[in-house]
Ligand binder design. Sequence first.
Ligand code: NAD
Ligand code: MG
Length: 395
Amino acid sequence: TVTSQPRRLTVLGSTGSIGTNTLDVIRQTGERDSFEIMALTGHGNVALLAEQARSFGAKLAVTSDDTQYQALKDLLSGSGIAVGAGTSGLQEAASLEADWVMAAIVGTAGLQPTLTAAARGADIALANKECLVSAGELFVEAVRRGGGKLIPVDSEHSAIFQCLDERHREALERVVLTASGGPFRTFSREQMADVNVETARTHPNWSMGLKVSVGSASMFNKALEMIEAKHLFDLTPDQIEVIVHPQSIVHSMVGYADGSVLAQLGVPDMRTAIGYALSYPNRSALNVDRLDFTTLARLDFEAPDLERFPAIRLARTALERGGLQGAVLNAAEECAFEAFVEGKIGFLAMADVVEAVMDDLCGLAPASTISDIFAADAEARDRAREAILKTRRAA
Ligand code: NAD
Ligand code: MG
């Protein structure tokens, strides 16, 4: 009999919303014995990280927060699990020979470790959209050169991936990204001016990490996803549409040249997209809620309002300008998001900051290496901090 090797898995960002769902999916697929967990990484919550590492028998656990190294070491003493910390620890985790790596670190911090895993040929299950928004073609090229697959986990992109038939690639006309519209879908601009992080983070349908929740409220999450779609599916700007769909049942759609539109539907539960990325090209049974069409009252669709949600307009500008504008938008948005969370700027000022930085840096020469991406990212953060200061002085 042929005994196959267990599949070796790593989860970068295992303590987050996507990370914990990923471990649940791994557990659920019922083939636990044929999996081997190589590395798990987290940031602040080392108690959870240690518990995950023990229960999955990981080879290595890494906290990206240097100050938590000793705490993690203590928690894992006697377990035989190796412990690492900081950026070098993340590099080590990404370098371990896993066949499949879930990239679920939030923000630009996820770029370098994901590139490392891609370069050595791992299949990348990509939740971290910032990798593609920021490094675009260079990221896609790094995965291609490494020889692994790139499988989207973002629900919209998973939907498109599931509806895209390579046989009909030539007939692909457009993709339609659905957006829930977030908690402020029906708010006026005046109402949005006063919202705080506690209301901005309460998403009507999905339970997610803080950044992606606030990004759903501002629609900057959709802005990032438009740029993500361009790179994942090699689209032109005019092939990318956004439609507000408050129920979050249709996860996204693909339109073909014959007028046919294919959609992927499901309850809003990230485990379906994560499971698809884990089992691709197959599908595994998952214990998630099933759509009940007899109780689904209706599905609504409406055009996004670009006045109230300027993020969509800014994404279009970035798509049309190309080059480093994705990296600039991404970095400026991350800074503006942090300033909003810290109460330094208002909700609407986030878009003003991003727009100012994008206009400031629209003359940058296109990137030829990843270090050009990191340089643009740093420059955009400096400019964003200046714009945030200016906004605060004016307020
Ligand atoms: P989260 O905040 O819940 O978790 C983020 C993970 O990254 C945690 O493990 C955290 O410890 C780790 N982390 C935080 N800061 C770090 C740093 N500086 N260095 C290294 N690691 C760090 O976020 P999430 O909602 O799970 O999102 C993760 C990624 O997936 C994001 O890029 C997000 O856009 C994307 N995504 C999330 C969802 C969702 O439903 N949550 C859906 C689609 C895409
Ligand atoms: Mg999404």
